[in-house]
Design a protein. Sequence first.
Length: 162
Amino acid sequence: MKVYEGTDAFQLLMQAQDALGLNQKDLAELLGRSRRTLSRYVRGRSAIVIPQEWIALARAVYGKDPSLAATLASRAGGTLVSLGIAPPPVAAAPARPAVATTSLAAPTQDQLDLVVFAAAEAANLAPRAVRPVVAAAFAKAAAMGVTVEGVSGAMARSRRAR
């Protein structure tokens, strides 16, 4: 058990007392000490503080001065979170993976027509009816950063799952 004593401990006690707006009697009560012991600390400008007292002070001070509470918690050998005084930080949402973009040549008109014809044949519709649907699907995929390979692979897996 690490015990802090001396003027540094005394100064932290006084900072906590000031932050909490407590008199000597109330501070002594919070620490589980007698008022007489606290008076001796003040007269001698020195204090002896054990970890449980630092924790009690950190809990009391946290709502008024989180920075001071963190210092007090560190004297007890912990952090505000490890001592259960402050909630753990909320984990940030995982970053979306970067979408790999490949620089491919723009398709020729013949290639576009072949894609539209394949969709028309699969839907048993005229190419003229399918062209805006195919264009909308590709535009949406591009806006989401989804590649043709990604869509194709997902569609194949979806068909196999049925």
